[in-house]
Design a binder for this molecule. Structure first.
Ligand code: PLP
Length: 364
């Protein structure tokens, strides 16, 4: 069996399950669980789904009624984008947005990875009036590679004054900062369970109250006709358990920013070849994106794996192959686009983990 790395700092890829998610799933496992069934088993399953919905809604700052369960962040992003003819998105979105809208107009970002609001304004100004109701602006709340937080309030204000709908991929932001979907002015937002200590394969699309939507999956009319398919009750239970725990844990991510900054400061002072990405912007506290030496991301990730630390390349696609990061390219990182690694702490990461990684990187 392959040797397991002892230190896991790749939580933006996925997180270990939180104990609360495990126990919620264990409780849901076993009985026949179709929440649409009217008998006792069905009603018990419905209760599990609705309790989880309430926990997740609390974490995201919305009403349970405005949350549509999906098979993950990818489906939530695809569902949001599928409702529109014209898409304006940033150049640094997750592939589930980039690939779902290959013809999208892409808002450029500055060298720190923040979207260029003036460019967005110009794109909105150039829209035909007739196109506006069928246009979506989709910009992520926080980036998965760099942790850079986008100016969502300003983006919403620009989109609204142009009469255009707005969506945000909140997958990486959920549980790491306070979110207020209801007060944000957003029409749609995407969530995923496995980035907050829940299981993979379950997520949600948040929908502004009263906002009509068309569904991608049609069939039995579950989720108020907005997403057909029997609900993944066990996965949803795990999502709810993770959300409940994450709600009480946001301070942990704030503390992590200091540990992350400590790692970056140590690298900057002890290695003159260290380059940080997005460090001049507002960032998630758990994420650091950097390169050292002129090694490729792949070589660096492998060297760290041998040293017992699991991190990821700036961008690794699902096949595990590393390609140049489109995010870093958009940030004009030049050759570094193929050299960056991403370090991302999670709910069970501590200060000592960041210190140990700093030691390994300094010694490398
Ligand atoms: N959006 C962002 C920003 C992500 O980081 C990810 C996962 O890496 C996704 C969407 C996709 O979520 P899921 O893995 O649940 O499909």
């Amino acid at each position: 069996m392959a040797r397991q790395p002892q230190l896991y700092l790749d939580n933006n890829a996925t997180t270990p399950l939180r104990p609360d998610a495990v126990s919620a799933m264990q409780l849901a496992m076993g009985p026949p669980s179709n929440p649409s069934s009217v008998h006792g088993y069905g009603r018990a399953a419905r209760m599990i789904v609705e309790e989880a919905r309430a926990e997740i809604a609390m974490l995201a700052g919305c009403r349970g009624a405005d949350l549509v369960f999906t098979s993950g962040g990818t489906e939530a992003n695809n569902l949001a984008l599928s409702m529109f003819d014209t898409i304006i998105t940033s150049a640094v979105e997750h592939d589930s947005v980039m690939q779902a809208a290959p013809d999208a107009k892409r808002i450029p970002v500055d060298s720190e990875g923040r979207v260029d609001l003036a460019a967005l304004g110009e794109m909105l100004d150039s829209l035909d009036d007739a196109a506006r109701p069928r246009t979506l602006v989709s910009v992520m709340t926080a980036n998965n590679e760099t942790g850079v937080i986008q100016p969502v309030d300003e983006i919403v204000a620009l989109a609204k004054s142009a009469g255009v709908t707005v969506h945000s991929d909140m997958v990486q932001a959920l549980g790491k900062q306070h979110l207020d979907f209801a007060g944000s002015g957003l029409d749609f937002a995407s969530l995923s369970a496995h980035k907050i200590g829940g299981p993979a394969g379950v997520g949600a699309l948040l929908v502004r109250p009263g906002r009509a939507m068309t569904s991608l999956l049609r069939g039995g009319g579950q989720e108020q006709g907005r997403r057909s398919g029997t609900e993944n009750v066990i996965g949803i239970a795990g999502f709810g358990g993770a959300a409940k725990a994450a709600f009480d844990d946001i301070a942990h991510y704030r503390a992590m920013a200091a540990w992350r900054d400590g790692l970056e400061a140590r690298l900057a002072s002890q290695r003159n070849d260290a380059v940080l990405f997005g460090a001049g912007a507002d960032r998630l506290g758990n994420t650091s994106c950097l390169s050292i030496e002129d090694r490729s991301s792949e070589t660096l990730v492998m060297a760290l794996d041998l040293a017992g630390v699991a991190v990821s390349a700036g961008a690794a696609c699902s096949s595990g192959k590393v390609h140049e990061s489109h995010v870093l390219k958009a940030m004009k990182a030049g050759v570094h686009a193929g050299r960056a690694i991403r370090i991302s702490g999670g709910w069970n990461s501590g200060e000592a983990d960041f210190e140990r990684l700093a030691e390994v990187l300094v010694a490398l």
